[in-house]
Design a protein around this ligand. Structure first.
Ligand code: ADP
Length: 890
């Protein structure tokens, strides 16, 4: 127990205490000291009997109720009796109290003693810290940059949204982790140093590389600086993602590089000069090359001082123009190079900024050469137009679509057009009638692959609708792959056409006349040959019938004249064929030496009679079989030998045949006929090859002949691809020679036209021969000869009879005349060749023909006959051929 004095002293302490002291019992303030009044703002009277909860701030009422419940059970269980709570001050403001409670007994009952003091101020400071931190967080969460608060060793205390979102992690995963762990390993050491420096108050800036949770690295610019956070010394770090900046810097660097490369390597002239004065800061190589200036002469110098531009006085104008934002593009400008030559350039200018100063970038393209070319084109265009006006033809030019861009006056006049028509899109097609348009259209469509429409005859149509024939030639002019334009020439050929038509008519008439002549000759030859056959045949028969001595002379004259007449007839026929251009060479395989020997032997007896030496030199190296016309070769050689013998009185005549060339497929043979005869005067050499010409006049009947032989021979040699030539000396002799190239062959053709048989072997005794011949005399002659040779000959008067006789009798050979009534020789042969009996079917059939024409010969072969005998025949010839063909088949 306290004594009174002690009590008083205690009272006085309580009364003067700087802390509020009060006692609560049963929820009511049962005691308080004056300072408590000061703390709460209430007077003692007001406080007396107050429910303690009345002064407690509503937010803390729950807490107080909890503390007071169950006889202060909560308080009793707590080791610390100190707690803070809020009260409502009488002035209506909130106050923070810090209590220090103890449980006591007051007037015999449990009560709560509290000594408290106002900590509102301290609380406010604390709150403001919390607010600050929260505001800070709120603020930094809004930042795009990453913000981190780190301890001295780099432990993360705080971060913002940008950080954890940027690193793709949750916020809590970052707190208390080490900052270095977020970086690529090589950055860690630098960060350590930066942290230490920042901690001592230095600001540090580093470029670092974060690694995100998804393993992506990205660069940041990190700023480190020291500071206080909740009273603690920390390091603040802000990191700005600089991926884009680096990219942009790279792009910038690239574009700068590009620009400088483009500037340097450009094929056009480029310069950079100050905008104000036009002083050159830089120029490229092309600029120097074209102007011929040295770099030192240009850099730092004004363009006006260099007298570069012809219109230098317009520089200010240009400057204003550019500054107003207008474009300066491809202005044609004249500049002068170092040697004072004027160059035409396309001038473009633009303002660029170099170190924040406006400069002029000038680009110039030297088009002097192009200009010159253009001028040349213009000039040549002009010349073309002038020339086209002088031409007596219609000339036009059209664009790639076929629309006419130019037409000369001649065309305009003829078509009834004028320049206005052309301006109104006149197409090439419009110049023609619809039929001809088709051709032109097709040409225009395919002119890329076929650029020329070559002189075709088309129908042109004038504006008045009348049409005329026009020879039209159009060319497509191409530039590279494309058609640039068309150029055309048209010639009015109305007059020429009429002339042509007249000519065609004249030609037709001439042809008809020549045909008639040919027909006449052909008929005549046949008609003449038949009686000739009779004359020669009968003469031959008379010879056989032992004529009297004086008759022998007449017969010889008769035979000679008839044979000459026959030669003449053959020559005239050949000549008329050659003249008509109808003469053809009939190529077959043949043995050249055999032919030559044959000709040679024919002339042996005649030469002997004239006492002339006849020689032959042949080349053994000549291939056996050649392809050529043996009959015509025979004819040429015969003619030349016959002439030589005819015009040689003494000495010799020789035939020489030499190989002068041989390849795998061909051989060339040189033929020459030499004589020691009368020779030919120089001035007559040309004449003798002309038809009907002879050196000695007709009156001088010393040498017979027609003057056709050489003409025919010359033409025949030409038809065989050679040339008949002549060396001659008057009085000493002549040499006729030619060369022919033959194809070589190994195949011998079946038809043998010139069988050669050793004379002693020939006998047709007992041969059964059927002669089909409608001409009585010819038949009689043939039968007589056959009988005289011991053959059994029978006569059929026409083809049909011959066929019947073949069917019923058996023969060794049939001599078949071709022209017969009822059934001709061809038809009869065909019918025999179709018979069932194989022996009859293959019976040798030899044609008897008066015609030596090629077409007859080939028809004979085609019909299936084995050969032919030309009428009138030489008896020996007939005998040999019958023998040959009749034996051949057996
Ligand atoms: P033809 O002999 O029928 O008169 P050709 O045309 O064969 O006709 O010959 C024309 C002319 O050329 C002969 O008439 C003759 O004057 C001359 N002639 C031809 N060959 C010889 C020759 N070998 N020697 C001399 N003159 C010749």
């Amino acid at each position: 127990m306290l004594d009174n004095l002690e009590f008083d002293r205690l009272n006085s302490i309580i009364a003067n205490s700087n802390s509020g002291i009060y006692i609560v019992q049963g929820g009511k303030i049962v005691f308080h000291n004056p300072f408590f009044c000061a703390l709460t703002g209430f007077t003692s009277q007001e406080l007396q009997g107050f429910d303690f909860l009345d002064i407690v701030h509503p937010k803390d009422k729950k807490l107080i109720k909890l503390l007071f419940a169950d006889e202060y059970k909560e308080i009793k269980s707590k080791p610390s009796r100190s707690f803070t709570f809020r009260i409502n001050h009488k002035d209506g403001n909130l106050r923070w109290f810090k209590s220090n409670v103890s449980l006591i007994e007051w007037e015999g009952k449990p009560a709560l003693l509290d000594s408290c003091f106002d900590i509102t101020q301290q609380k406010d400071v604390e709150q403001s810290h919390i607010d600050e931190e929260q505001n800070f967080k709120f603020l930094v969460n809004g930042f795009e940059d990453m913000v981190l608060i780190l301890s001295k060793v780099g432990t993360i205390i705080q971060t913002n949204r940008a950080t954890y979102e940027g690193l793709k992690v949750k916020e809590q995963d970052l707190i208390l982790k080490n900052f270095s762990g977020l970086l690529i390993p090589s950055d860690r050491e630098r960060v350590k140093k930066a942290l230490a420096m920042a901690y001592t108050g230095k600001r540090m800036i580093l470029t670092l590389n974060f690694v995100s949770n998804t393993n992506k690295t990205f660069p940041v610019e990190a700023r480190f600086f020291g500071g206080l956070w909740s009273h603690k010394q920390v390091v603040f770090v802000t990191c700005q993602n600089i991926t884009e900046r680096i990219e942009a810097e790279r792009a910038l660097r690239l574009s700068e590089e590009k620009f400088s490369k483009a500037f340097e390597s450009s094929s056009v002239m480029m310069s950079i000069s100050t905008l104000k004065e036009g002083r050159f800061l830089d120029v490229n190589e092309t600029f120097l090359k074209i102007t011929g200036l040295m770099r030192e002469e240009v850099i730092g110098v004004r363009s006006n001082d260099l007298k570069l531009f012809s219109e230098f006085h317009r520089r200010d104008e240009l400057k204003k123009h550019i500054l107003s934002g207008a474009k300066v593009r491809d202005l044609e400008t004249i500049i002068y190079n170092k040697s004072g030559q004027a160059l035409t350039c396309l001038f473009s200018a633009e303002i660029i900024s170099i170190q924040q100063k406006p400069c002029l970038l000038i680009v110039m393209n030297d088009i002097t050469a192009r200009k010159r070319a253009e001028e040349r084109v213009q000039q040549s265009e002009l010349r073309f137009r002038q020339l086209s006006e002088l031409l007596p033809e219609m000339v036009f030019e059209a664009n790639d679509k076929g629309f006419i861009t130019f037409a000369n006056n001649y065309l305009l006049d003829l078509f009834g057009f004028n320049d206005a028509t052309i301006n109104k899109k006149l197409n090439i097609l419009d110049l023609f009638t619809s039929d001809s348009q088709h051709t032109v259209k097709e040409y225009l469509q395919n002119s890329y692959s076929r650029p020329e429409l070559q002189s075709v005859e088309l129908q042109a149509r004038s504006s008045k609708g009348n049409s005329f024939p026009a020879l039209t030639h159009i060319i497509a002019v191409q530039t590279g792959k494309f058609i640039d334009r068309y150029m055309g020439i048209m010639v009015d050929i109305s007059e020429r056409k009429t002339q042509e038509e007249e000519l065609v008519k004249a030609k037709e008439l001439a042809e008809e006349a020549s045909k008639a002549k040919e027909q006449f000759l052909s008929v005549m030859s046949h008609e003449i040959r038949t009686p000739m056959n009779a004359i020669i045949g009968t003469t031959n028969l008379l010879f056989q019938e032992k004529p009297m001595e004086h008759q022998l002379g007449y017969l010889k004259a008769l035979k000679f004249s008839a044979e000459n007449l026959l030669v003449l007839l053959n020559d005239i026929l050949d000549f008329s064929k050659i003249e008509a251009g109808k003469f053809k060479i009939h190529n077959t395989s043949f043995n050249l030496l055999e032919i030559a020997e044959g000709v040679f032997s024919t002339f042996e007896s005649i030469a002997k009679q004239k006492n002339i030496k006849l020689e032959m030199q042949s080349d053994t190296a000549i291939p056996k079989l050649l392809i050529g016309d043996p009959i015509r070769l025979n004819q040429i050689l015969s003619n030349l030998l016959s002439n030589s013998i005819k015009f040689t009185e003494k000495g010799s005549v020789s035939l020489s045949i030499k190989k002068i060339f041989e390849s795998k497929t061909h051989t060339s043979i040189h033929f020459a006929v030499r004589d020691s005869g009368i020779g030919i005067p120089k001035d007559k050499i040309e004449d003798i090859f002309r038809e009907f010409s002879q050196v000695y006049s007709k009156k001088n009947h010393r040498y017979s002949g027609t003057g056709l032989g050489l003409t025919i021979s010359k033409r025949l040699v030409e038809l065989m691809g050679g040339k008949l030539e002549l060396n001659t000396t008057l009085g000493l002799g002549s040499e006729f020679f030619f060369c022919i190239k033959f194809k070589k062959t190994t195949k011998k053709e079946v038809l043998n036209l010139t069988p050669k048989i050793a004379k002693q072997e020939v006998s047709i005794e007992g041969f059964r021969v059927l002669v089909a011949e409608d001409n009585e005399i010819n038949a009689m002659i043939a039968l007589k000869f056959l009988k005289s040779w011991g053959a059994n000959a029978e006569l059929a008067e026409n083809g049909l009879q011959a066929l019947e006789m073949v069917k019923t009798n058996s023969y060794d050979i049939v001599l078949m005349d071709l022209e017969m009534p009822i059934m001709n020789g061809y038809e009869a042969t065909k019918a025999i060749r179709e018979l069932n009996d194989s022996k009859k079917r293959t019976l040798p059939i030899v044609a008897l023909t008066a015609s030596a024409m090629i077409d007859v010969r080939s028809r004979i072969t085609q019909t299936g006959m084995d050969g032919f005998i030309l009428k009138p025949f030489k008896p020996s010839d007939l005998l040999e051929k019958i023998f040959f063909f009749a034996n051949k088949k057996q």
